[in-house]
Ligand binder design. Structure first.
Ligand SMILES: C[S@@+](CC[C@H](N)C(=O)[O-])C[C@H]1O[C@@H](n2cnc3c(N)ncnc32)[C@H](O)[C@@H]1O
Length: 255
């Protein structure tokens, strides 16, 4: 196996190592993503601080969502009935934390595979006394497919997903037709799928792929959305703005 070091993004300071691509030439991307196990992330141990270790021991029972087989009952999970927003790949959880703190009347479910990021978010959530947040530490495609019921989510957020900039890695991008169909299925009628990226080429792919999903409509005439006030400005984006990087937002609605 050849390992190719590549800097995906510095948003949470990671430089993962990418293993050989398991997809054979000619295999359609979506089929490859779902049947051949191409992941949108690279599994990595990541270094955990002692505070994050503590969070995993003490706070995971409070915030963590285990895979117990079968569908999650959101009402049982949060102990109430409230609108629920899912954020996929929250990194260190800066956006999700800000949203959960600002909207205590709503519930927030975050999915992230990077364990230190999950630990970080749990620590911050505990410090702020956040109770409307739950976290799954698993591949979001699997969680959506196996644990989230159909038409139960009010919003799905995908902010700055790994861009996989090299062409030969584009099949690893999470935004693929089958993924968008899956997201659309999980949204309630009237629910929204919001995406953002700082990679123009990925923005174009998002526009094309999500735009082609028949279960969703682009809220901005087939184009990009203005930056929504609802998307917290993270340190990553703030720095990007200072450096003059572009950011593209997209917003789709399930009729
Ligand atoms: C580029 S970072 C962006 C983090 C955050 N959204 C932000 O704006 O700072 C992408 C994150 O998505 C996570 N990720 C990628 N694919 C995922 C998947 N299939 N399931 C869960 N997390 C995933 C990665 O671990 C990484 O933390």
């Amino acid at each position: 196996m050849i390992a190719v070091p590549i800097l995906l993004t510095d948003c949470i300071g990671l430089s993962p190592v990418i293993p050989d691509d398991p997809a054979a030439p000619g295999v359609p991307e979506t089929a490859a993503l779902h049947r051949r196990g191409i992941k949108s992330f690279v599994a990595r141990a990541g270094r955990m601080t002692s505070a994050q270790e503590r969070a995993w021991q003490e706070l995971w029972p409070r915030y963590g969502v285990e895979d117990q087989g079968g569908l999650l009952d959101l009402r049982t999970l949060f102990g109430r009935e409230a609108p629920c927003t899912l954020e996929i790949g929250f990194g260190n959880g800066e956006s999700l934390l800000a949203l959960a703190a600002a909207r205590p009347e709503q519930d927030f479910l975050g999915i992230e595979v990077h364990r230190p990021g999950v630990g970080h978010l749990m620590l911050r959530a505990e410090a702020l006394g956040i109770t409307n947040l739950r976290i799954a530490c698993r591949d979001a495609v699997e969680v959506l497919d196996q644990q989230v019921g159909d038409a139960v989510l009010d919003a799905v957020l995908l902010y700055f997903p790994d861009p996989w900039p090299k062409k030969r890695h584009h099949k690893r991008r999470i935004v693929q037709p089958a993924f968008v169909d899956l997201v659309a299925r999980k949204l309630k009628p009237g629910g929204r799928f919001r995406l953002s990226t700082d990679w123009q080429n990925y923005a174009e792919q998002m526009l094309e792929v999500a735009g082609a999903c028949r279960a969703l409509e682009n809220e901005f005439n087939g184009g990009y959305a203005p930056r929504p006030d609802s998307r917290p400005l993270t340190r990553f984006e703030n720095r990007g703005q200072r450096l003059g990087h572009g950011v593209w937002d997209l917003s789709f609605r399930k009729p």
